[in-house]
Design a protein around this ligand. Sequence first.
Ligand SMILES: C[S@@+](CC[C@H](N)C(=O)[O-])C[C@H]1O[C@@H](n2cnc3c(N)ncnc32)[C@H](O)[C@@H]1O
Length: 197
Amino acid sequence: MAVYNRKDSYYKKAKKEGYKSRAAYKLKELNTKYKIMKKGSKVLDCGAAPGGWSQVALEIVGEHGLVVGVDLNEITGINNKNFKSIAGDFTREEIINQVLEICDKYDCIISDIAPHTIGIRDADHTNSLELVEKVYTFAMQTLKKDGSFLFKLFEGEGRKGLVERLKKDFKDVRIIKPDATRQGSMEIYIAALYKLN
Ligand SMILES: C[S@@+](CC[C@H](N)C(=O)[O-])C[C@H]1O[C@@H](n2cnc3c(N)ncnc32)[C@H](O)[C@@H]1O
């Protein structure tokens, strides 16, 4: 995956500061605003490779926390005893079971999971929504009460219905376009905070 595919300022900053992706800055920004993760949190990071979000999550949760990163691609080079990684397809039961074996109740689920885009807006949205729905189902089964679910979605008509459902499951739902998101990108982030049950 071409992560550093544009030599913009976030790309340069990530390289200099040792983050595996420019996406790290989106998560920092979102966590500063919405306090999604905190010290000691148990976090599942879906679509985690190459690992920028997991690096940021590890900094936030500290030595008593846990970060589990799942991706189709292997995540390499994160040497931290509180980090576990799984290489595989999150939509497959076998991979979900591996996640549950490590931890079966999470404080936060963060998902930057994204399909390969084909440049057709509706199709990219549909594929993104399909992945998000899988993570949402998992979140409803495994997030603790008051837990948070932050995810990326490629914009489209399914967003409204999704947000309506999230509002029934979480106390507070925010739709965000972080500064570190490239201009013209169709990605948005949704933070669903304080799971109700
Ligand atoms: C934008 S990248 C994530 C970047 C990451 N947050 C970071 O900071 O390094 C999106 C990731 O979603 C992963 N992905 C897409 N479909 C997936 C699936 N079904 N299961 C697991 N990972 C998936 C891709 O392999 C890709 O690495």
